[in-house]
Design a protein around this ligand. Structure first.
Ligand SMILES: Cc1cc2nc3c(=O)[nH]c(=O)nc-3n(C[C@H](O)[C@H](O)[C@H](O)COP(=O)(O)O)c2cc1C
Length: 389
């Protein structure tokens, strides 16, 4: 199927499934354990029915908004994704370029295969957020210095639970050992994807360019224990560490992975500039509720406390209509991971460009259909009802 025949994010997913070896596609597409949360994310956005507004006055129609002072063409950003190099060698650079062209924001993962410096060449610094995680004070200082030198003003800190569930698709595919050790069927499957294998062999080497251990990039085999998979103990300083980072970083601080009103209130107390309500697309802790279901309670707690901290949401955004739904639930903006990962894996940078365009165009229609002339007009009144599906 050529790019011309891709009309929605599901088309990109179908194409990525054919184009990528199974081990790679499953890493992109999968979640943890039973993938309950992953499925709930998409289902619960879809279950929000929108209210059609007949003949609305849309003469001053405008999809733009601002996020931490940066103007977005429409309220959708790109969530951080590690090792995008598995899907396409241009990886972060390709996605960041398209985010730049679309007037969006690209969040660079702390387990990216492309350095923040190389990514920064593709996008204006105010549209690039640097993800970090709690490390030692010396490591934090070294990383924030690099970020500040690039003129980047927003750090996004992974603030999810410290342990992570099993990724069973990855286990079956032999990916959880690094380097991967696929079963025979997996090796045969690689042989059926010669284009990908050629790109892998001729492309940049796969490592975690930014995450240095003893001054060298972390090796793949070290990643899973470092990330806390399968109950590995990881010692991180928790909220005290967040406070320390807040005190030492003068730019914007956004906390990602917030999923309860209580954690959101801690973020307010600590002086975060924004939170990204996220369950990492169901890739981290299975059995937790969808973001569409927890978002209203979080918004209510934060706003009732008189805080204007910005609130974004990801996990399950597949349509422009989902962006309208996210805003209707009280988010300032939405963000997506897999939608852009599928597009990159399916068609490279051109795919990402089209994915942005599709989501934008769907958003325009949904916004007009609910009678919203500006992003500020999207509120809970555009929701007709929630159904169970
Ligand atoms: C391939 C892939 C890699 C990811 N890597 C990271 C990461 O390094 N850091 C992180 O905080 N979240 C990571 N995520 C989660 C995303 O940031 C985001 O929360 C999630 O994809 C949102 O759900 P969605 O895919 O349904 O849009 C990753 C997601 C995917 C699909």
């Amino acid at each position: 199927m050529s790019l011309k025949w891709a009309f929605n994010i599901n088309d990109f997913r179908a194409r990525a499934r054919r184009r990528l070896p199974r081990l790679v596609f499953d890493f992109l597409d999968g979640g943890v354990l039973d993938e309950y949360t992953r499925q709930a994310n998409e289902r619960d956005f879809k279950a929000i029915e929108l209210r059609p507004e007949s003949l609305a006055d849309l003469r001053n129609f405008d999809t733009s908004t601002t996020v931490l002072g940066t103007k977005l063409t429409f309220p959708l950003m790109v969530s951080p994704m590690g090792i995008l190099t598995m899907f396409h060698p241009k990886a972060d650079v390709a996605v960041a370029r398209e985010a730049m062209k679309m007037g969006s924001i690209f969040m660079h993962s702390y387990v990216s295969g492309i350095t923040i410096e190389d990514t920064a060449k593709a996008i204006e610094p105010n549209r690039l957020w640097a993800q970090t995680t709690l490390r030692t004070p010396a490591e934090n200082e070294a990383y924030t210095k690099r970020v500040a030198n690039l003129g980047i003003d927003t750090l996004i800190l992974g603030a999810e639970t410290l342990a992570a569930d099993k990724r069973e698709r990855d286990l079956h595919n032999g990916l959880l050992t690094m380097p991967p050790r696929p079963p025979l069927s997996g090796l045969i499957n690689f042989a059926m994807h010669p284009g990908w294998v050629l790109r892998w062999l001729t492309g940049p080497s796969f490592n975690f360019a930014d995450h240095l251990i003893d001054g060298r990039p972390m090796k793949m085999k070290e990643m899973y224990s470092w990330m806390g998979y399968n109950g590995h103990e990881i010692e991180r300083p928790g909220w005290d560490g967040v406070r320390e980072l807040r005190d030492n970083w003068k730019g914007n601080l956004v906390l990602k992975g917030i999923a309860t009103p209580e954690s959101a209130m801690k973020a307010v107390e600590i002086g975060a500039d924004g939170i990204l309500v996220s369950n990492l697309g169901g890739r981290h802790f299975d059995g937790q509720p969808s973001t569409a279901s927890v978002l209203p309670g979080i918004v209510q707690a934060v706003r009732n406390a008189g805080s204007s901290m910005e609130i974004y949401v990801d996990s399950g955004i597949r349509r422009g209509h989902d962006v309208v739904r996210a805003l209707a639930l009280g988010a300032n903006a939405a963000s997506a991971g897999r939608a852009f990962g599928y597009a990159l894996g399916a068609y490279g940078q051109k795919g990402v460009e089209k994915a942005f365009q599709i989501l934008h165009d769907e958003f325009v229609v949904a916004m007009k259909s609910v009678g919203a002339a500006t992003v500020g007009d999207i509120d809970s009144s555009v929701i007709s009802r929630r159904v169970s599906i």
